[in-house]
Design a protein around this ligand. Sequence first.
Ligand SMILES: Cc1ncc(C[n+]2csc(CCOP(=O)(O)OP(=O)(O)O)c2C)c(N)n1
Length: 347
Amino acid sequence: MSEPLKAHAPDTPRPHGDVGPLTRPSGQLDHLADLYRQMFLIRRLEEEAARAYAQGKIGGFLHLYIGQEAVAVGSIATLKPEDYVVTTYRDHGVAIAKGMSANALMAELYGKATGCSKGLGGSMHMFDAATNMLGGYGIVGGHIPLAAGVAFASKYRADGRVTLCYFGEGAVSIGGFHEGVSLAALWKLPIVFICENNEYSMGTPLSRTMSVEDVSMKALGYGIDRDRFFADDVLTVEQRIGEAVQRARELSLPTLVEIRTYRFRGHSMSDPAKYRTSAELEERKKRDPLFRAREQLTKEGYAEARLVALEGDVEKEVQAAVKFAEESPEPDASILEPTTYDGPFAA
Ligand SMILES: Cc1ncc(C[n+]2csc(CCOP(=O)(O)OP(=O)(O)O)c2C)c(N)n1
């Protein structure tokens, strides 16, 4: 028998979510610094990607994660390396947080043979078997039943692994969401469904697509646990997702978590984002999770010089990734036949 269901009060600050200015063991401060480093790396890689895109060096689509970094970094911090992640086309942050190298990510964006998907996938199709990053999918909601399948495999094999499945609020009214969550609930799968509610699906606000704006309420229809909170603080994300991951790992129960966030850039590089005011954007930028983490580190005594050194190291990693991508070769045309007819990377 599983534990009785426990409905979290949406948006209620909880004591463990408020990290507070109390004396923190230095190990924990180092941990926050590491989370900040990961968020900073994701942001700087994407800023460089946006620049390369504007120069015509990156083609196709490019959906940036800027503003949402605390979701990927905080949630993946709760995982073991053998756990799985499955996400949408807005996948750069999840890939880096799960351990993909900056080189493999940037080269994939450039469409180079050294990219994680051999340059054949591009921005929307980050995959990395070594770190159990299972993609990178372009069809809204289409990957949610796939993620449930991954969690089913874990349960069937009794391998103790947990799957995190990320999607936008635009996916929640799509059939695939309901199929995936329904089966995960029925079969009690070890999965956490993470809705990254960034308030807009392309240019459409949630209020125009859903009669109930609290996405986490969908969990009630399937009798699974739910949670709902803002992603301003990366440690809150880690704490709250940690609870859901524990429920998945120890009780083999799914959870639906709605994380409220905001993207600072347009939907993709071709979106001037005219559907929102600049005042709204500026207001939300004040809640930037990177700014907040940095401020908290400083407040709690993490030396400014150490922060500057950390940022300098990230900068070097980013510049090296750009150089690596620019100097890498294009995929050879000979890869087309085996990847089209003989199955993935048979060559
Ligand atoms: C089934 C399907 N319908 C439409 C699209 C076109 N499309 C791409 S992204 C997107 C918006 C999705 O918004 P949301 O799920 O909120 O995620 P976000 O882009 O905000 O991260 C749409 C409609 C698609 N890729 N797949």
